[in-house]
Design a protein around this ligand. Sequence first.
Ligand code: ZN
Length: 252
Amino acid sequence: MKIVRYKTNENISTYGWMLDDKIGEIQGDIFGEYRRREAKIPVAEVKLDTPCVPSKILCVGRNYVEHAKELGNEIPKVPLIFLKPSSSIISNGEHILLPPQSTQVEHEAELVVVIGKRGKNLTAETAKEYIFGYTIGNDVTARDLQKSDGQWTRAKGFDTFCSFGPWIDTEFDASDAVVTCRVNGQMRQMASTRDMVFNVTTLIAYISSIMTLEPGDIIFTGTPAGVGELKNGDVVDVEIEGLGKLSNPVKV
Ligand code: ZN
């Protein structure tokens, strides 16, 4: 099932499910008990919001060997994790804003896992039950500030630097999916999720040994090689085979 959040005329975001190009309202708790109404609202008539509201945005650095190498870094021995603030979130179609503090803002195409229930100290085996579904993400990064600051809060934390959506697919098989990034139609990144250093369940287990995961929390699972610069006027498309496409224009 594809889960969305959509805005009606009153500008309030409502959870829904999507069948082809129609949306039906979901009443109740998407992570618990809910009821699905008939899918009869044309997607074209609503604005899609991000498909969930995370209490935490976790990210994993250097989780693809070729990407670690392209920036001259070692492959981590344990997952390298960091957080992005919720204020950095934008949805499909919204602008990525280039901040004046950086001269090198880059795209990072990523598979994103959505957590479905509260979990702590999970194992890679039990972690599977805590996956609600998957969505598509762009972990926008000010590469120059990432290098000069040493730690990554500023470089990863600007407003509009966390795009994800347009929906959550609860049945998606993430074991071997091709992740691509195109800028103005030109291919920049392409790799399979099977090339991850730490797979999804290992990441969930590791993160849950540190912090309690909550329903709706999202984990950006790392980006493949080919990260590159975004300029004013660009359009960046992150696509995951079988899952969909996330598109954002870029402006100053
Ligand atoms: Zn990233």
